[in-house]
Design a protein around this ligand. Sequence first.
Ligand SMILES: [Zn+2]
Length: 160
Amino acid sequence: MILDSDKIPEGHSVVSQAIDLAAFKEDLPPFSGPISCEAAIDRSGGTLYIQLRFGGRFKLECSRCLESFDFPIEGQVRLSVREEAGKSGPALDDESVDFFYDTRHHEIDLSPAIYEEIMTALPMKPLCRENCPGIETGGDHTGEQAVDPRWEALKKLHRR
Ligand SMILES: [Zn+2]
């Protein structure tokens, strides 16, 4: 999500955007659609406090049955942004602020923060459902099961 500090009014405002996190696409599982973002911004001069909510659906592969399934991710994160001459982008060495902007770089790209939140929300071992039985191996399942043709052949041999 990209905010333009020139267009954010003093006081409270809300900005909504659908983003595709193009810069991080290779590191993320495929999305089923765009990620929707809503930023509630409180601005006081060159300082912005942002309550950012986002939501999207990802295609993950189940770690047991290897089927792909839709996984919704929602999250929110509080960010602070400050105007500082000569600085722009993520504030890597300053813990009191998350992003900088200045008059020459008035667009604030919050995508790195959203990416980080998504990465922490993604399950290490995704499951399509809580009790996924995994890849069907046959044998201990109820109902009709296809019988391995090799067993059928063996049975026939024994009957002789
Ligand atoms: Zn599964």
